[in-house]
Write a protein that binds this ligand. Structure first.
Ligand code: PMP
Length: 464
Protein backbone atom coordinates (compact mmCIF):
# COMPACT_ATOMS: atom_id res chain seq x y z
CA UNK A 1 0.00 0.00 0.00
CA UNK A 2 1.48 3.32 -1.04
CA UNK A 3 -0.05 5.71 1.43
CA UNK A 4 2.83 8.19 1.42
CA UNK A 5 2.48 11.59 -0.18
CA UNK A 6 5.41 13.08 -2.09
CA UNK A 7 7.52 15.43 0.00
CA UNK A 8 5.97 18.48 -1.72
CA UNK A 9 2.40 17.30 -1.35
CA UNK A 10 3.03 16.31 2.23
CA UNK A 11 4.36 19.74 3.20
CA UNK A 12 1.50 21.45 1.40
CA UNK A 13 -1.18 19.33 3.07
CA UNK A 14 0.38 19.59 6.52
CA UNK A 15 0.82 23.39 6.18
CA UNK A 16 -2.76 23.81 4.94
CA UNK A 17 -4.06 21.67 7.78
CA UNK A 18 -2.06 23.48 10.43
CA UNK A 19 -3.07 26.86 9.05
CA UNK A 20 -6.78 26.25 8.59
CA UNK A 21 -8.25 23.05 10.04
CA UNK A 22 -9.76 23.02 13.50
CA UNK A 23 -9.56 19.34 14.47
CA UNK A 24 -12.18 17.64 16.60
CA UNK A 25 -11.54 16.85 20.24
CA UNK A 26 -8.00 18.25 20.64
CA UNK A 27 -6.11 21.17 22.08
CA UNK A 28 -4.16 22.75 19.21
CA UNK A 29 -1.19 24.22 21.02
CA UNK A 30 0.94 21.09 20.44
CA UNK A 31 0.53 21.52 16.67
CA UNK A 32 2.80 24.56 16.90
CA UNK A 33 5.70 22.16 17.34
CA UNK A 34 4.41 18.83 16.00
CA UNK A 35 2.45 17.78 12.93
CA UNK A 36 -1.10 16.45 13.12
CA UNK A 37 -1.68 12.89 11.96
CA UNK A 38 -3.26 13.06 8.51
CA UNK A 39 -4.72 9.78 7.35
CA UNK A 40 -4.19 9.36 3.64
CA UNK A 41 -5.32 5.87 2.77
CA UNK A 42 -6.99 2.79 4.24
CA UNK A 43 -7.38 -0.87 3.34
CA UNK A 44 -9.09 -3.51 5.46
CA UNK A 45 -8.01 -2.98 9.08
CA UNK A 46 -5.13 -0.65 8.25
CA UNK A 47 -4.56 3.02 7.52
CA UNK A 48 -1.52 4.98 6.31
CA UNK A 49 -0.66 8.53 7.31
CA UNK A 50 1.11 11.36 5.46
CA UNK A 51 4.53 9.85 6.08
CA UNK A 52 3.44 6.47 4.77
CA UNK A 53 3.48 4.93 8.25
CA UNK A 54 1.12 1.96 8.58
CA UNK A 55 -1.28 1.72 11.52
CA UNK A 56 -3.53 -1.12 12.60
CA UNK A 57 -6.79 0.61 13.45
CA UNK A 58 -8.32 -0.84 16.62
CA UNK A 59 -10.98 1.88 16.86
CA UNK A 60 -12.70 1.70 13.44
CA UNK A 61 -11.87 5.20 12.27
CA UNK A 62 -11.50 6.68 15.76
CA UNK A 63 -15.09 6.44 16.93
CA UNK A 64 -16.55 2.97 16.29
CA UNK A 65 -17.60 3.64 12.72
CA UNK A 66 -15.83 1.72 9.94
CA UNK A 67 -17.46 -1.61 10.75
CA UNK A 68 -16.67 -3.34 7.44
CA UNK A 69 -13.14 -1.92 7.15
CA UNK A 70 -11.51 0.41 4.62
CA UNK A 71 -11.29 0.32 0.84
CA UNK A 72 -14.56 -1.44 0.09
CA UNK A 73 -14.99 -1.17 -3.66
CA UNK A 74 -18.46 -2.71 -3.49
CA UNK A 75 -19.70 0.24 -1.46
CA UNK A 76 -17.82 2.82 -3.53
CA UNK A 77 -19.33 1.40 -6.74
CA UNK A 78 -22.85 1.25 -5.32
CA UNK A 79 -22.56 4.89 -4.22
CA UNK A 80 -21.10 5.93 -7.60
CA UNK A 81 -23.86 4.18 -9.53
CA UNK A 82 -26.49 5.81 -7.36
CA UNK A 83 -24.94 9.29 -7.53
CA UNK A 84 -24.78 9.43 -11.31
CA UNK A 85 -28.43 8.37 -11.41
CA UNK A 86 -29.79 10.62 -8.66
CA UNK A 87 -27.75 12.22 -5.89
CA UNK A 88 -30.43 13.98 -3.97
CA UNK A 89 -34.00 14.93 -3.49
CA UNK A 90 -35.46 15.98 -0.15
CA UNK A 91 -38.74 16.91 1.45
CA UNK A 92 -41.78 14.72 1.09
CA UNK A 93 -40.36 12.62 -1.77
CA UNK A 94 -38.73 9.23 -1.31
CA UNK A 95 -35.86 7.57 -3.16
CA UNK A 96 -35.13 4.10 -4.52
CA UNK A 97 -32.22 3.28 -2.14
CA UNK A 98 -34.17 4.92 0.71
CA UNK A 99 -37.08 2.52 0.18
CA UNK A 100 -34.88 -0.54 -0.30
CA UNK A 101 -32.65 0.10 2.69
CA UNK A 102 -35.66 0.80 4.93
CA UNK A 103 -37.15 -2.55 3.89
CA UNK A 104 -33.87 -4.35 4.59
CA UNK A 105 -33.24 -2.61 7.90
CA UNK A 106 -36.71 -3.28 9.24
CA UNK A 107 -36.34 -6.95 8.26
CA UNK A 108 -33.53 -7.10 10.85
CA UNK A 109 -35.56 -5.36 13.56
CA UNK A 110 -38.71 -7.31 14.47
CA UNK A 111 -41.14 -4.94 16.16
CA UNK A 112 -39.79 -1.84 14.38
CA UNK A 113 -41.65 -0.61 11.35
CA UNK A 114 -40.65 2.85 10.05
CA UNK A 115 -37.35 4.51 9.14
CA UNK A 116 -36.75 8.26 9.34
CA UNK A 117 -33.54 9.37 7.57
CA UNK A 118 -31.11 12.05 8.69
CA UNK A 119 -27.36 12.34 8.87
CA UNK A 120 -25.79 12.16 12.31
CA UNK A 121 -26.34 10.35 15.54
CA UNK A 122 -27.07 13.63 17.31
CA UNK A 123 -29.64 14.55 14.73
CA UNK A 124 -31.38 11.16 14.96
CA UNK A 125 -31.60 11.55 18.74
CA UNK A 126 -32.95 15.09 18.39
CA UNK A 127 -35.66 13.72 16.09
CA UNK A 128 -36.60 11.14 18.71
CA UNK A 129 -36.75 13.82 21.41
CA UNK A 130 -38.98 15.93 19.19
CA UNK A 131 -41.31 13.00 18.60
CA UNK A 132 -41.61 12.46 22.36
CA UNK A 133 -42.42 16.12 22.87
CA UNK A 134 -44.98 16.17 20.07
CA UNK A 135 -46.68 13.05 21.42
CA UNK A 136 -46.77 14.71 24.86
CA UNK A 137 -48.48 17.78 23.42
CA UNK A 138 -50.88 15.82 21.29
CA UNK A 139 -51.92 13.20 23.84
CA UNK A 140 -51.15 14.55 27.29
CA UNK A 141 -51.61 18.32 27.09
CA UNK A 142 -47.83 18.74 27.05
CA UNK A 143 -47.42 17.15 30.47
CA UNK A 144 -45.73 13.84 29.67
CA UNK A 145 -42.75 15.56 28.10
CA UNK A 146 -39.76 14.66 30.29
CA UNK A 147 -36.98 12.58 28.82
CA UNK A 148 -34.90 10.45 31.15
CA UNK A 149 -31.27 9.76 30.32
CA UNK A 150 -28.61 7.84 32.21
CA UNK A 151 -25.49 8.85 33.99
CA UNK A 152 -22.42 8.07 31.77
CA UNK A 153 -24.48 7.77 28.54
CA UNK A 154 -23.88 10.14 25.62
CA UNK A 155 -26.38 10.98 22.91
CA UNK A 156 -24.69 13.65 20.86
CA UNK A 157 -23.13 17.03 20.53
CA UNK A 158 -26.03 19.46 20.09
CA UNK A 159 -27.41 21.41 23.04
CA UNK A 160 -30.52 19.19 23.03
CA UNK A 161 -28.41 16.03 23.10
CA UNK A 162 -26.06 17.43 25.73
CA UNK A 163 -29.15 18.17 27.81
CA UNK A 164 -29.60 14.39 27.73
CA UNK A 165 -25.90 13.86 28.31
CA UNK A 166 -24.69 11.85 31.29
CA UNK A 167 -21.00 12.69 30.84
CA UNK A 168 -19.97 15.65 32.94
CA UNK A 169 -16.69 16.09 31.11
CA UNK A 170 -18.46 16.69 27.82
CA UNK A 171 -21.15 18.92 29.30
CA UNK A 172 -18.94 21.21 31.39
CA UNK A 173 -18.93 24.82 30.09
CA UNK A 174 -21.70 24.29 27.50
CA UNK A 175 -24.74 25.02 29.65
CA UNK A 176 -27.34 26.18 30.25
CA UNK A 177 -29.12 23.15 28.89
CA UNK A 178 -32.67 22.52 27.72
CA UNK A 179 -35.28 21.84 30.41
CA UNK A 180 -37.24 18.60 30.71
CA UNK A 181 -34.30 16.19 30.71
CA UNK A 182 -33.74 14.18 33.89
CA UNK A 183 -30.74 12.03 34.81
CA UNK A 184 -31.03 8.49 36.19
CA UNK A 185 -28.17 6.50 37.78
CA UNK A 186 -25.77 4.32 35.78
CA UNK A 187 -25.48 0.52 35.91
CA UNK A 188 -21.71 0.03 36.00
CA UNK A 189 -21.31 -2.88 38.40
CA UNK A 190 -17.56 -2.31 38.72
CA UNK A 191 -18.30 1.07 40.32
CA UNK A 192 -21.31 0.06 42.40
CA UNK A 193 -19.33 0.89 45.57
CA UNK A 194 -19.74 4.55 44.59
CA UNK A 195 -23.54 4.22 44.65
CA UNK A 196 -25.35 4.49 47.98
CA UNK A 197 -27.15 1.29 48.89
CA UNK A 198 -25.97 -0.75 45.92
CA UNK A 199 -26.20 -4.45 46.82
CA UNK A 200 -23.62 -7.19 46.30
CA UNK A 201 -26.22 -9.43 44.61
CA UNK A 202 -28.84 -8.64 41.98
CA UNK A 203 -27.14 -5.36 41.14
CA UNK A 204 -28.77 -5.30 37.67
CA UNK A 205 -32.30 -5.26 39.06
CA UNK A 206 -31.34 -2.77 41.73
CA UNK A 207 -29.82 -0.43 39.11
CA UNK A 208 -33.04 -0.60 37.06
CA UNK A 209 -35.10 0.05 40.19
CA UNK A 210 -33.21 3.33 40.64
CA UNK A 211 -34.81 4.46 37.37
CA UNK A 212 -38.24 3.71 38.78
CA UNK A 213 -37.43 5.81 41.84
CA UNK A 214 -36.65 8.80 39.62
CA UNK A 215 -39.89 8.27 37.67
CA UNK A 216 -41.90 8.22 40.88
CA UNK A 217 -40.14 11.32 42.19
CA UNK A 218 -40.77 13.22 38.94
CA UNK A 219 -44.31 11.91 38.58
CA UNK A 220 -44.96 9.17 35.99
CA UNK A 221 -47.50 11.39 34.22
CA UNK A 222 -44.67 13.84 33.41
CA UNK A 223 -42.24 11.28 31.94
CA UNK A 224 -42.53 10.61 28.21
CA UNK A 225 -39.42 8.58 27.39
CA UNK A 226 -36.34 6.83 28.67
CA UNK A 227 -33.28 7.07 26.42
CA UNK A 228 -30.49 4.53 26.95
CA UNK A 229 -27.43 3.18 25.17
CA UNK A 230 -27.62 -0.65 24.97
CA UNK A 231 -23.92 -0.79 25.85
CA UNK A 232 -22.62 2.57 27.04
CA UNK A 233 -19.77 3.63 24.78
CA UNK A 234 -17.90 6.84 25.62
CA UNK A 235 -18.93 6.60 29.27
CA UNK A 236 -16.62 3.64 29.81
CA UNK A 237 -17.85 0.67 27.69
CA UNK A 238 -20.57 -0.60 30.02
CA UNK A 239 -22.76 -3.61 29.31
CA UNK A 240 -25.58 -3.78 31.84
CA UNK A 241 -25.54 -6.69 34.28
CA UNK A 242 -28.10 -9.53 34.20
CA UNK A 243 -31.53 -8.58 35.39
CA UNK A 244 -31.28 -4.97 34.23
CA UNK A 245 -33.01 -4.94 30.87
CA UNK A 246 -36.11 -7.02 31.72
CA UNK A 247 -36.77 -4.63 34.64
CA UNK A 248 -36.23 -1.59 32.42
CA UNK A 249 -38.76 -2.90 29.92
CA UNK A 250 -41.23 -3.68 32.70
CA UNK A 251 -40.87 -0.19 34.22
CA UNK A 252 -41.41 1.52 30.85
CA UNK A 253 -44.56 -0.51 30.21
CA UNK A 254 -45.88 0.06 33.72
CA UNK A 255 -45.72 3.85 33.41
CA UNK A 256 -46.44 4.15 29.68
CA UNK A 257 -42.98 5.52 28.97
CA UNK A 258 -41.45 5.20 25.50
CA UNK A 259 -38.18 3.28 25.42
CA UNK A 260 -35.67 4.94 23.09
CA UNK A 261 -32.52 2.91 22.48
CA UNK A 262 -29.49 4.80 21.15
CA UNK A 263 -27.69 2.31 18.88
CA UNK A 264 -25.39 4.93 17.36
CA UNK A 265 -22.34 2.91 18.43
CA UNK A 266 -23.75 -0.60 18.93
CA UNK A 267 -25.91 -0.67 15.81
CA UNK A 268 -25.23 -2.79 12.73
CA UNK A 269 -23.11 -5.56 14.10
CA UNK A 270 -20.68 -4.02 16.58
CA UNK A 271 -21.74 -6.23 19.51
CA UNK A 272 -21.74 -9.48 17.48
CA UNK A 273 -24.37 -12.19 16.88
CA UNK A 274 -27.20 -9.66 16.55
CA UNK A 275 -27.55 -6.60 14.35
CA UNK A 276 -28.34 -4.37 17.32
CA UNK A 277 -27.20 -4.22 20.93
CA UNK A 278 -30.70 -4.29 22.41
CA UNK A 279 -31.40 -7.58 20.63
CA UNK A 280 -29.08 -9.38 23.08
CA UNK A 281 -31.49 -8.61 25.87
CA UNK A 282 -34.90 -9.40 24.36
CA UNK A 283 -35.94 -5.76 24.71
CA UNK A 284 -38.67 -4.27 22.49
CA UNK A 285 -37.93 -0.54 22.07
CA UNK A 286 -40.40 2.04 20.79
CA UNK A 287 -37.68 4.05 19.04
CA UNK A 288 -34.16 3.19 17.92
CA UNK A 289 -31.50 5.61 16.67
CA UNK A 290 -28.38 4.62 14.74
CA UNK A 291 -25.62 6.24 12.71
CA UNK A 292 -21.92 5.31 12.69
CA UNK A 293 -21.89 1.70 11.50
CA UNK A 294 -24.97 2.05 9.29
CA UNK A 295 -22.78 2.78 6.27
CA UNK A 296 -19.39 2.31 7.97
CA UNK A 297 -18.50 5.94 7.24
CA UNK A 298 -18.69 5.53 3.44
CA UNK A 299 -21.49 8.10 3.50
CA UNK A 300 -23.12 10.19 6.20
CA UNK A 301 -26.36 8.54 7.19
CA UNK A 302 -28.35 8.17 10.39
CA UNK A 303 -31.74 6.60 10.98
CA UNK A 304 -34.46 6.75 13.56
CA UNK A 305 -36.73 3.73 13.51
CA UNK A 306 -40.04 3.47 15.32
CA UNK A 307 -42.78 0.96 15.91
CA UNK A 308 -45.96 1.24 13.87
CA UNK A 309 -47.71 2.36 17.08
CA UNK A 310 -45.45 5.43 17.37
CA UNK A 311 -45.83 6.15 13.66
CA UNK A 312 -49.62 5.90 13.95
CA UNK A 313 -49.69 8.66 16.53
CA UNK A 314 -48.57 11.01 13.77
CA UNK A 315 -51.00 9.63 11.21
CA UNK A 316 -54.31 9.69 12.99
CA UNK A 317 -56.39 12.90 13.08
CA UNK A 318 -55.37 13.51 9.47
CA UNK A 319 -57.75 16.49 9.30
CA UNK A 320 -55.67 18.30 11.93
CA UNK A 321 -53.15 20.33 9.86
CA UNK A 322 -50.63 20.17 12.72
CA UNK A 323 -50.74 16.42 13.17
CA UNK A 324 -47.74 15.12 11.33
CA UNK A 325 -44.06 15.12 12.21
CA UNK A 326 -43.18 18.69 11.23
CA UNK A 327 -39.50 18.01 10.77
CA UNK A 328 -36.99 17.70 7.96
CA UNK A 329 -33.33 16.87 7.50
CA UNK A 330 -31.83 18.50 4.41
CA UNK A 331 -29.20 15.84 3.96
CA UNK A 332 -31.64 13.10 4.88
CA UNK A 333 -32.41 13.42 1.17
CA UNK A 334 -28.93 12.30 0.06
CA UNK A 335 -29.16 8.97 -1.71
CA UNK A 336 -25.50 8.08 -1.12
CA UNK A 337 -26.35 7.16 2.49
CA UNK A 338 -28.93 4.42 1.93
CA UNK A 339 -27.06 3.17 -1.16
CA UNK A 340 -23.92 2.71 0.95
CA UNK A 341 -25.92 1.29 3.86
CA UNK A 342 -27.54 -1.39 1.68
CA UNK A 343 -24.15 -2.58 0.46
CA UNK A 344 -22.67 -2.36 3.94
CA UNK A 345 -25.36 -4.67 5.28
CA UNK A 346 -24.92 -7.05 2.35
CA UNK A 347 -21.18 -7.29 3.11
CA UNK A 348 -21.87 -8.11 6.76
CA UNK A 349 -24.23 -10.88 5.62
CA UNK A 350 -22.06 -12.24 2.81
CA UNK A 351 -18.94 -12.38 4.96
CA UNK A 352 -20.60 -13.69 8.13
CA UNK A 353 -19.37 -10.69 10.12
CA UNK A 354 -21.94 -10.97 12.92
CA UNK A 355 -20.50 -14.41 13.67
CA UNK A 356 -16.91 -13.22 13.26
CA UNK A 357 -17.59 -10.41 15.72
CA UNK A 358 -18.87 -12.89 18.29
CA UNK A 359 -15.89 -15.23 17.86
CA UNK A 360 -13.24 -12.50 17.71
CA UNK A 361 -14.89 -10.59 20.55
CA UNK A 362 -14.63 -13.68 22.77
CA UNK A 363 -11.04 -14.22 21.66
CA UNK A 364 -10.11 -10.62 22.44
CA UNK A 365 -11.90 -10.68 25.80
CA UNK A 366 -9.86 -13.74 26.74
CA UNK A 367 -6.63 -12.03 25.68
CA UNK A 368 -7.48 -8.91 27.69
CA UNK A 369 -8.25 -10.99 30.78
CA UNK A 370 -4.87 -12.68 30.37
CA UNK A 371 -3.30 -9.24 30.13
CA UNK A 372 -5.02 -8.27 33.38
CA UNK A 373 -3.27 -11.17 35.10
CA UNK A 374 0.03 -9.65 34.07
CA UNK A 375 -0.74 -5.97 34.68
CA UNK A 376 -2.37 -5.17 38.02
CA UNK A 377 -3.29 -1.75 36.65
CA UNK A 378 -6.13 -3.37 34.67
CA UNK A 379 -9.02 -3.37 37.13
CA UNK A 380 -11.83 -4.47 34.85
CA UNK A 381 -12.30 -5.89 31.36
CA UNK A 382 -15.77 -5.50 29.88
CA UNK A 383 -17.91 -4.98 26.79
CA UNK A 384 -19.67 -7.00 24.13
CA UNK A 385 -18.55 -8.32 20.74
CA UNK A 386 -15.78 -6.22 19.23
CA UNK A 387 -16.56 -3.37 21.58
CA UNK A 388 -14.33 -3.76 24.61
CA UNK A 389 -12.84 -1.69 27.39
CA UNK A 390 -10.11 -2.16 30.01
CA UNK A 391 -10.44 0.15 33.00
CA UNK A 392 -7.13 1.19 34.59
CA UNK A 393 -6.90 1.72 38.35
CA UNK A 394 -4.10 2.50 40.80
CA UNK A 395 -5.33 -0.14 43.24
CA UNK A 396 -7.72 -3.02 42.68
CA UNK A 397 -9.22 -2.65 46.15
CA UNK A 398 -10.02 1.07 46.08
CA UNK A 399 -10.55 1.11 42.29
CA UNK A 400 -9.08 4.62 42.15
CA UNK A 401 -8.72 5.64 38.48
CA UNK A 402 -5.14 6.10 37.24
CA UNK A 403 -4.09 9.57 36.16
CA UNK A 404 -5.39 10.44 32.73
CA UNK A 405 -1.92 11.52 31.58
CA UNK A 406 -0.70 7.94 31.97
CA UNK A 407 -3.67 6.57 30.04
CA UNK A 408 -2.83 9.00 27.25
CA UNK A 409 0.77 7.79 27.42
CA UNK A 410 -0.42 4.21 26.84
CA UNK A 411 -2.46 5.30 23.82
CA UNK A 412 0.50 7.32 22.46
CA UNK A 413 2.87 4.40 22.98
CA UNK A 414 0.55 2.09 21.02
CA UNK A 415 0.39 4.72 18.28
CA UNK A 416 4.19 4.73 18.08
CA UNK A 417 4.03 0.97 17.66
CA UNK A 418 1.59 1.47 14.78
CA UNK A 419 -1.60 0.47 16.63
CA UNK A 420 -4.41 2.96 17.16
CA UNK A 421 -6.41 2.35 20.35
CA UNK A 422 -8.67 4.75 22.26
CA UNK A 423 -9.28 5.91 25.81
CA UNK A 424 -12.63 6.89 27.21
CA UNK A 425 -14.86 7.26 30.28
CA UNK A 426 -15.93 10.85 29.92
CA UNK A 427 -18.07 10.85 33.00
CA UNK A 428 -15.56 12.42 35.36
CA UNK A 429 -13.47 15.35 34.08
CA UNK A 430 -9.80 14.40 33.97
CA UNK A 431 -10.49 10.72 34.67
CA UNK A 432 -10.56 9.10 31.25
CA UNK A 433 -9.16 5.81 32.44
CA UNK A 434 -10.67 3.16 30.19
CA UNK A 435 -8.72 1.82 27.23
CA UNK A 436 -11.13 1.29 24.41
CA UNK A 437 -11.08 -1.21 21.54
CA UNK A 438 -13.46 -1.43 18.62
CA UNK A 439 -11.68 -2.98 15.64
CA UNK A 440 -13.58 -3.51 12.40
CA UNK A 441 -15.84 -6.57 12.35
CA UNK A 442 -13.42 -8.22 9.89
CA UNK A 443 -10.68 -8.49 12.55
CA UNK A 444 -8.64 -11.71 12.59
CA UNK A 445 -6.81 -13.40 15.47
CA UNK A 446 -3.53 -11.99 14.11
CA UNK A 447 -4.94 -8.46 14.23
CA UNK A 448 -6.15 -8.95 17.78
CA UNK A 449 -2.83 -10.45 18.85
CA UNK A 450 -1.07 -7.39 17.47
CA UNK A 451 -3.45 -5.01 19.30
CA UNK A 452 -3.08 -6.81 22.63
CA UNK A 453 0.70 -7.17 22.28
CA UNK A 454 1.01 -3.43 21.65
CA UNK A 455 -1.09 -2.73 24.75
CA UNK A 456 1.04 -5.14 26.77
CA UNK A 457 4.27 -3.39 25.75
CA UNK A 458 2.77 0.05 26.33
CA UNK A 459 1.45 -0.85 29.81
CA UNK A 460 4.86 -2.27 30.65
CA UNK A 461 6.61 0.96 29.67
CA UNK A 462 4.11 3.34 31.25
CA UNK A 463 3.39 1.48 34.50
CA UNK A 464 6.52 -0.65 34.81
N1 PMP B 1 -24.98 8.51 20.52
C1 PMP B 1 -23.88 7.83 20.89
C2 PMP B 1 -24.04 6.63 21.78
C3 PMP B 1 -22.62 8.24 20.45
O1 PMP B 1 -21.51 7.59 20.85
C4 PMP B 1 -22.52 9.35 19.57
C5 PMP B 1 -21.20 9.82 18.99
N2 PMP B 1 -20.05 9.40 19.55
C6 PMP B 1 -23.70 10.03 19.23
C7 PMP B 1 -24.90 9.57 19.71
C8 PMP B 1 -23.66 11.24 18.36
O2 PMP B 1 -23.41 10.88 17.05
P1 PMP B 1 -22.87 11.98 16.00
O3 PMP B 1 -21.46 12.31 16.40
O4 PMP B 1 -22.99 11.26 14.68
O5 PMP B 1 -23.77 13.14 16.08
Amino acid sequence: MDGALTQNDRSHVVDADKAHVWHHLVQHKPFETTDPNIIVEGKGMRVWNQTGKEHLDAVSGGVWTVNVGYGRERIAKAVYNQLIKLNYFAGAAGSVPGALFAEKLISKMPGQSRVYYCNSGSEANEKAFKMVRQIAHKRYGGKKHKILFRDRDYHGTTIGCLSAGGQDERNAQYGPFAPGFVRVPHCLEYRRHEQDGAPQDNYGEWAADQIEKVILAEGPDTVGALCLEPVTAGGGVIAAPDGYWPRVQEICRKYDILLHIDEVVCGVGRTGTHWFGYQHYGVQPDMVTMAKGVASGYAAIACLTTTEAVFDMFKDDADDPMNYFRDISTFGGCTAGPAAALENMAIIEDEGLLENTLVMGEYMTGKLHALAEKHAVIGDVRGKGLFLGAELVTDRETREPVEEARVKAVVADCMKQGVIIGATNRSVPGKNNTLCYSPALIATKDDIDQIVEATDAALGRVFG
